[in-house]
Design a protein. Structure first.
Length: 134
């Protein structure tokens, strides 16, 4: 059985705020629709090699298939190595395992004045590191 967003909300409210009133299904739907929220499956990141292969013509794909297969094999090997490193960190005392992600590039300051926009633009990166084990 698939839970609705309201069912998940009710469960969360009961756990985090027991005894406190929460919105009815009708109120929740009205708020959700008024604020124009949406739920979607985020796009998966793809490497440049896979994206360029997907955009090739069929005749070119046949020529590049071996390189694409090698790229996919390297992806599998990288995931296997990540899992092996994670297990090493779980099993070994004093070993930490961390991952990082460069999530978004933001240009600051945000402005609409042409000359200022180009002369004063600084790139800020949202760089996140988290410990999976340790």
């Amino acid at each position: 059985m698939t839970k609705s967003l309201w069912d998940i909300y009710v469960e969360k409210m009961k756990v985090e705020h027991p005894g406190k009133p929460y919105a009815t299904h009708h109120q929740f739907r009205d708020i959700y629709n008024t604020l124009n929220y949406g739920v979607h499956q985020p796009k998966k990141d793809q490497c440049d090699t896979c994206v360029s292969f997907d955009n090739l013509l069929q005749t070119e794909k046949a020529k590049q298939q071996a390189a694409h297969d090698l790229n996919l094999q390297r992806k599998v090997e990288a995931r296997e190595q990540k899992e092996a490193d994670k297990q090493d960190a779980i099993n070994c005392q004093g070993v930490a395992f961390a991952c990082y992600d460069l999530q978004k590039v933001m240009h600051i300051p945000k402005c609409n004045v042409g000359r200022m926009c180009y002369l004063r633009k600084v790139t800020a990166c949202n760089f996140t590191v988290w410990a999976l084990v340790g």
